[in-house]
Design a protein around this ligand. Structure first.
Ligand SMILES: Nc1ncnc2c1ncn2[C@@H]1O[C@H](COP(=O)(O)OP(=O)(O)OP(=O)(O)O)[C@@H](O)[C@H]1O
Ligand SMILES: [Mg+2]
Length: 403
């Protein structure tokens, strides 16, 4: 018993193969290894922030399951002195045209492996960022908009700032600042982090969930995003103080407006016009399968294949003329579901907790939930209970996904 345990420890590493130092750039803690390679996307936000705040190094280790993880290491122990760290504060975007071309067209290597996105879309995204365009990532829920936006921000060695506008209750406080009162100083104004962000030359400012922001936020951003104006007014009153957007500041926003144009909260047309739109593609069955296989190498590949099939069937159904469901299963959901498979739940159980609650239960046998259940069911019992799902319907749905 104990021997077996020791054997299974063999793959585990006890010394780190990569060491990083975490430092703030804007409000984000970036991680740099000893060779000056940026490792930010490999480490969780919390872990990086704690390391930057606590001023300690992180090392990469491999656990029993063969997965990598990061934890605190002692500087003396690993010989990573403060003297050999590189200064990354300078803005390093090429200015020569030939260099820019080269940077854009070789940038696919900067895309994290775990992000599925076509080379063309990725290069378009990088190009827009390098050219200082306001970028808006669009697409349905859970298709990788935030992930892609964060990845592009990560790939550019520029100071960056993150704002989740969907979670903001008070747009004025977040984007402009607060007025305070102090018995000694009287009334005074404290500027927001957003003001600091737009005053930082060359910064990349991520405006996540802009489509869910309060309309006040859209109004405030209108002049900031306009290429002809580029200023923020601190007060609504005409003639009040304005703040100029510094040179080279790039805005990257995300909006949940894929095929949900019918939603009541459609973004203001004038605001949309200020952006270059980069539409995130919903993954094809093959791409979904590759992503899941990459993320979950220890889960049975045929089950992963079925998950990709289920997702793709629901997506093509939701796009068909005679759709019986309003949306397809997102990549966020397939990733969550496979996490459950990895933790020993079967496909039936995992679907029950992660997929079904997303579909409306009203209408009994005609409900969206029943429809999705039937699709899942088909893959849970290897097709042995054909009566659960009409063969013609299945063929029709599969035909749809192939077209
Ligand atoms: N194209 C993709 N490549 C890799 N992983 C993806 C992709 N799309 C979604 N995922 C997975 O789904 C999760 C959610 O993605 P993300 O937060 O980027 O979605 P989103 O489009 O911003 O969704 P929302 O509209 O709800 O904000 C990611 O953490 C990732 O695990
Ligand atoms: Mg998002």
């Amino acid at each position: 018993m104990i021997k077996g345990k020791e054997n299974s420890l063999n793959k585990q590493t006890l010394t780190p193969d990569v060491i990083v130092k975490c430092e703030y750039s804007g409000n984000r803690a970036n991680a740099w290894d000893t060779d000056g390679v940026k490792r930010t996307s490999e480490i969780t936000v919390g872990c990086r922030q704690k390391a930057a705040d606590g001023n300690y190094l992180l090392g990469r280790f491999i656990n029993k399951a063969g997965k990598t993880y990061w934890k605190k290491v002692d500087a003396g122990e690993v010989g990573f002195g403060t003297s050999n760290t590189v200064d990354h504060s300078e803005v390093n975007v090429p200015t020569d045209h030939a260099e820019i071309l080269n940077f854009i067209h070789s940038s696919y290597s900067l895309k994290p492996k775990g992000l599925m996105m076509t080379e063309l879309k990725w290069k378009y995204l990088i190009r827009s960022a390098v050219r200082g365009k306001n970028i808006m990532m669009t697409g349905p829920a859970g298709c990788g908009k935030t992930m892609a936006a964060k990845s592009v921000v990560n790939s550019l060695d520029r100071p960056d700032f993150y704002f989740n506008l969907g979670a903001t209750q008070d747009p004025r406080a977040t984007l402009i600042g607060n007025t305070h009162f102090d018995t000694k100083k009287g009334t005074f104004f404290s500027k927001s982090l957003f003001v600091e962000a737009i005053q930082t030359p060359g910064s990349v400012v991520l405006l996540d969930e802009l489509s869910r922001a309060h309309p006040d936020a859209w109004n405030i951003l209108m002049t900031v995003l306009d290429y002809g104006q580029r200023y923020l007014r601190l007060d609504e009153a005409d003639g009040s103080e304005t703040i100029k957007v510094a040179d080279g500041v790039t805005f990257v926003a995300t909006a949940n407006i894929g095929n949900e144009y019918t939603s009541t909260r459609v973004m203001d047309k004038a605001l949309m016009d200020r952006f270059t739109i980069v539409e995130m593609d919903v993954l094809t069955e093959d791409d979904e399968n590759s992503l899941l296989t990459y993320m979950f190498p220890n889960v049975d590949s045929s089950v992963l294949g079925n998950v990709a099939k289920i997702a793709s069937l629901t997506r093509s159904e939701s796009n068909s003329e005679t759709a019986r469901i309003t949306s397809g299963i997102s990549t966020r959901t397939t990733v969550e579901l496979c996490g459950l498979l990895y933790d020993g739940f079967n496909l039936q159980e995992a679907s029950e907790v992660s997929i079904y609650p997303q579909y409306d239960n009203t209408g009994g046998v005609d409900s969206e939930r029943t429809f999705v259940k039937q699709i899942v069911q088909k893959f849970c019992d290897d097709g042995s209970s054909d009566d659960l799902f009409n063969e013609d319907e299945m063929a029709e749905a599969e035909g749809d996904s192939a077209s």
